[in-house]
Ligand binder design. Structure first.
Ligand SMILES: C[S@@+](CC[C@H](N)C(=O)[O-])C[C@H]1O[C@@H](n2cnc3c(N)ncnc32)[C@H](O)[C@@H]1O
Length: 279
């Protein structure tokens, strides 16, 4: 009998219609154009702080792009050389719709961030916003694969920039409790759990959605890294100068309202000492 490999939670969350619908509902407040525009502006300001200027022709890669909300804002700001990828066919279909009339300005690819097919030294900027760069995979070693691939596809003197949920916020707010809310008229219960495994923190929850005609359950869980653990991972992948801004995106520090999107730190990693070279 043929053995079917059990899917990891993120494959169900982002690779099935039901999972994607749940994700879009949960984060509808954050996925909107205004917030996305602000997140892109924060990223650009952060880059400027470290003397990385972008031109409209700078080759930019939007990784784990989801509905492409950040690329859309970059297009609106006049950037013309944008490539975006996501592993999920469902998400890429939504990205096409979301980009709408800007669809032709963003080249979309179906790619796995752990094993990209892009050639080496291609992009000046690779960004992953929305708490997506690291932490998804069952095996944390896969996060190193994402970082190694990032270092490979970025040009020398290029930049990898991404945000990740703040460790302290997870410990303080996304800990063992039950959280109930109403999302687009549907009652949702989340049973949160946080635990240590092999010296790493994992946060997860069971999400139960009470539709009129059915009840949907999803199990969601991800690794959460301290800033130092992220720096170590980036160093291991070959990045040499690393900066971060704690709570660069902070939507509600005192509740569970936005889950792992609620409070996020922004990281900037450079390849081959770009700052030293006076870029
Ligand atoms: C939390 S969503 C964030 C999307 C987007 N960056 C945003 O902020 O709206 C995470 C995205 O990562 C994608 N993803 C998960 N694993 C992936 C992988 N191995 N390679 C590429 N994309 C992946 C999912 O399909 C999903 O669209």
């Amino acid at each position: 009998m043929k053995k079917t490999k059990q899917k990891q939670w993120w494959q169900l969350r982002y690779g099935t219609k039901k999972g994607v619908a749940g994700y879009l509902n949960t984060y509808s407040d954050i996925l909107d154009d205004f917030i996305s525009q602000q997140e892109v502006q924060t990223m650009i300001n952060f880059l400027k702080n470290y003397q990385f200027s972008l031109s409209s022709q700078t080759p930019i890669l939007d990784g784990f792009c989801g509905n492409c909300r950040h690329s859309k804002q970059l297009v609106l700001k006049g950037f013309k050389n944008i490539t975006a990828f996501d592993w999920s066919k469902e998400m890429l279909t939504i990205a096409e719709k979301n980009l709408n009339s800007h669809r032709r300005q963003v080249v979309l690819f179906k790619e796995d961030g752990r094993d990209l097919t892009f050639s080496t030294n291609l992009f000046d900027l690779y960004f992953v916003l929305g708490n997506s760069a690291f932490g998804f995979f069952d095996n944390p070693k896969d996060d190193l694969k994402v970082a190694l691939e990032a270092c490979r596809v970025i040009k020398p003197a290029g930049v990898f920039i991404f945000d990740l949920v703040d460790y302290d916020y997870v410990v303080n707010q996304l800990n063992n409790h039950v959280f109930e809310s109403v999302e687009n008229g549907i009652r949702v219960i989340r049973k949160r759990k946080t635990f240590q495994h092999n010296g790493l923190l994992k946060t997860g929850h069971e999400e139960i959605r009470f539709h009129q005609d059915r009840i949907d359950r999803q199990i969601i869980g991800r690794w959460v890294y301290t800033n130092q653990q992220v720096v170590n991972l980036l160093n291991k992948a070959g990045f040499d100068e690393i900066y971060f801004k704690k709570e660069a995106f902070c939507y509600d520090k005192y509740s569970d309202k936005y889950g792992t999107m609620g409070v996020r730190n922004l990281f900037l990693a450079t390849k081959n000492g770009s700052k030293k070279k006076g870029r």
